[in-house]
Design a protein around this ligand. Structure first.
Ligand SMILES: Cc1ncc(COP(=O)(O)O)c(C=O)c1O
Length: 486
């Protein structure tokens, strides 16, 4: 950042009487205020709005707009979060008033176009996962997990299998998995990983029994590894009478290459905002549709978009449905962008997305391995987890120091200290949208940072307005609004 930029708030820039624009004297006769609004309803004092000149106002907001790290300006290798570039044409199309101007309570007859988009999206997602039934409603990945677990609970209740209370979750799973299991009323049981970073089959077999409802598995897992034993696992869960849930957050690695339905999953969620693009900074907006096997379809949330006599309609005819999990039809704006992405790329293009995502991750892995530890494997899927364990021991440089150092090079930091099973973790996901040149610049920055002095890095970033905030305090006691000094 340019050090001469003001860091003051717009309120602090305020000087009494300063204006952006002074309107000419009105030639319309003034009406007494009391005629418009009685005094008892009027504020006693004018609101403390900032008083600034136009140039200060413009500079203020322009400078603020460059403070935000975003995919349009910087490489964003945030593992697990899949921050891929969102093509601008999808933004344009989704903003078209013909779609954006629709009201969800409009008569079905008058929004056939949007219903067709949603219907096609349902079909695309069913085909990609290899599972024949779908709900577009969940608002994000974690919400998809929760919805699918509600569906599983309804299924077991309906079949009188109320003893199935356990949900098995590998220790490398995203924290939302055990949280969703607990919220849906199940007991979450952790399954250990083995030295290769995959599910430990012995521990899995010890914990799998007639009380198991669901095994939640992420494949590729959060270490960026394909669970090679997936078919053995799914067969054994089924033999024990349980269901397999596939956390589909990592679909970016396997589009058009393999399908969860084919390797034994009974339910899965998508993160449309990750796999099929959609701007997802700041925690949203997202979309987490779920696909399920036929025998689970009766329990899905409604409505589901259906087609009859060449007309699209909202089908509520699911008497065993768990009910709505979100208003209207889900996050239609993100579903629309996902649909545009799939339509643009087609089957061949989607497969290439995964091939390039995997190639890019492996290229980055091979460039930094040796300088950083990469504890699990020489090869990865679309992401991998490096570690600063040796750097920390030998040079006192932590994963956090490396992340802060990267900010001085203009890069967003990778995901840090996740997954928990890797100490000093740096989880990197370059995505298919980055060029070799960007990956080289990033690898070189990482290599250079590892050669820096710990005392220098411990104070990084050196070029940003804030260096090392107290992140716990900022999280627990956020100051989100300015208060006027009186
Ligand atoms: C493996 C995995 N599962 C689930 C989720 C939750 O998805 P969402 O953030 O859309 O709720 C994430 C999010 O990063 C994830 O990486």
């Amino acid at each position: 950042m340019n050090n001469t930029q003001s860091t003051e708030l717009i309120f602090e820039l305020s000087r009494t009487g300063r204006r952006c624009h002074i309107p000419p004297q009105s030639d319309v006769p003034e009406v007494p205020l009391d005629n418009l609004l009685p005094a008892k309803y009027r504020a006693q004092n004018a609101p403390p709005l900032p008083e600034v000149a136009e140039i200060d106002l413009i500079r203020h907001f322009n400078n603020l707009s460059t403070r935000n790290m975003c995919i349009d300006t910087n490489f964003y290798p945030l593992g697990s979060c899949t921050m891929k570039y969102n093509p601008k044409r999808h933004e344009r199309w989704s903003a078209d008033p013909a779609f954006a101007g629709l009201h969800p309570l409009q008569d079905e007859e008058t929004c056939q176009g949007m219903l067709e988009v949603l219907w096609e999206m349902q079909n695309f997602l069913k085909e990609i996962s290899g599972l024949p039934a779908i709900s577009l409603q969940p608002a994000a990945g974690a919400h998809g997990e929760l919805t699918a677990l509600y569906v599983a609970a309804a299924y077991f209740r309906d079949k009188g299998m109320t003893q199935r209370k356990k949900v098995l979750v590998p220790d490398s799973a995203h924290g939302t998995n055990p949280a969703s299991a607990a919220l849906a009323g199940f007991e979450s049981v952790t399954v250990k990983g083995n030295a290769k970073g995959l599910v430990d089959l012995d521990d899995f077999r010890r914990k799998l029994d007639e009380t198991t409802a669901v095994f939640m598995i992420t494949n590729p897992n959060t270490l960026g590894l394909f669970e090679e034993q997936i078919q053995t696992i799914t067969q054994e869960v089924h033999a024990a009478g349980g269901l397999v849930y596939l956390d589909g957050a990592n679909m970016n690695a396997i589009l058009g290459i393999t399908r969860p339905g084919d390797f034994g999953a009974d339910m899965q969620h998508y993160n449309v905002h990750k796999t099929f693009t959609g701007p997802h900074g700041g925690g949203g907006p997202g979309s987490g549709p779920i696909t399920v096997r036929d025998f689970l379809a009766p329990y899905l949330p409604t409505p589901i978009v259906a087609k009859k006599d060449n007309k699209f309609f909202l089908d509520y005819n699911y008497p065993k449905s768990i009910g709505r999990v979100r208003s209207f039809f889900g996050n239609v704006g993100i579903l629309f962008r996902g649909w545009a992405y799939i339509r643009t790329l087609g089957a061949k293009g989607l497969k290439e997305v995964s091939q390039h995502a995997v190639l890019n991750a492996n290229y980055l892995l091979s460039r930094i391995k040796g300088v950083y530890d990469v504890p699990h494997g020489d090869r990865c899927m679309h992401e991998f987890v490096a570690s600063c364990k040796t750097l920390r021991r030998e040079k006192k440089i932590s994963a956090m120091d490396v992340c802060k150092g990267l900010l001085d090079y203009g890069f967003h930091a990778p995901t840090v200290y996740f997954p928990l099973v890797v100490p000093e973790a740096l989880m990197m996901e370059p995505t298919e949208t980055e060029s070799k040149e960007t990956l080289d610049r990033f690898a070189e920055a990482l290599i250079e940072i590892a050669s820096q002095e710990a005392t220098y890095l411990q104070h990084a970033p050196h070029t940003l307005p804030i260096s090392r905030p107290d992140v716990v305090k900022a999280d627990r006691e956020p100051i989100l609004r300015w208060t006027a000094k009186v």
